[in-house]
Design a binder for this molecule. Structure first.
Ligand code: GRF
Length: 224
């Protein structure tokens, strides 16, 4: 099935570009109906227009969250997209907004990419915090969005090691390359096979519970 998408961005838009490029090269069977930004100056908007994609921007400054989201919904509702894709959208979406995109299976049709191996290092500075912490392995996560920030069913993850001579810049740039590869691949996997993820079983494994591998076997779905 071909997916229809709305992409939400706040800045540079390199992930958005990777998605548009994958569509142009027919690696991703999808159509981007709109690129939306809360920042009228986001470089991503000009890039999207270069790909002949419709764009819209509504600055959030001075508007209560609900009012801003309502305006965004007015843009999105008529488009009836399959998925809202967050590609560096630096706004938290309220449960009320998410409910508009509830799938009959219970998840929200909203997908985010985050620059860490969630649940480690949520928030706006995933690369920086992982690097400063001194992790040996970090990574990126593509996940369905739920009511919590940088949280929700994990669709796919990729890990990368920190090299001994890494600077924050080289660490970030290796991660970003993986983001550009993974995001279109996950979307294409959804286009082909639908949404698939491991159901969470329990947040705490009690002493006499089945071991993690049994839990994984018992859970439904596979990662992208
Ligand atoms: C990426 O690192 C993404 O993981 C995070 O925000 C950044 C956006 O970068 N959510 P870009 O705008 O896609 O270049």
């Amino acid at each position: 099935m071909s997916l229809t998408l709305a992409i939400l961005v706040s800045g540079r838009g390199s992930n958005m570009t990777a998605i548009l490029q994958a569509i142009a090269e027919r690696r991703l069977d999808a159509e981007v109906k709109i690129v939306f930004s809360n920042n009228a100056d986001a470089p991503a908007l000009a890039t999207a227009r270069g790909y002949s994609i419709a764009t819209a921007s509504i600055p959030h400054k001075g508007l209560p969250r609900e009012a801003h989201e309502e305006k965004l919904l007015e843009v999105l509702r008529p488009l009836e997209v399959d998925f809202v894709v967050l590609a560096g959208y630096m706004r938290i979406l309220s449960p009320r907004f998410l409910r508009e995109f509830k799938h009959e299976q219970g998840y929200f049709r909203v997908i985010n990419i985050h620059p860490s191996l969630l649940p480690a290092f949520p928030g706006a500075h995933g690369y920086e915090e992982a690097f400063e912490y001194g992790v040996r392995v970090s990574g990126i996560t593509v996940h369905l969005v739920d009511e919590r920030v940088d949280h929700g069913p994990i669709l796919a993850q990729m890990a990368f090691g920190r090299l001994s001579d890494d600077t924050l810049e080289s660490f970030k740039s290796r991660g970003l390359k993986l983001e550009h590869k993974l995001f279109p691949e996950v979307l294409q996997n959804i286009a082909r096979n639908g949404v698939q993820y491991f159901q969470r079983t329990t947040s705490v494994v009690a002493h006499d519970s089945p071991v993690a591998s049994d839990l994984a076997t018992a859970s439904k779905g596979v990662t992208a």
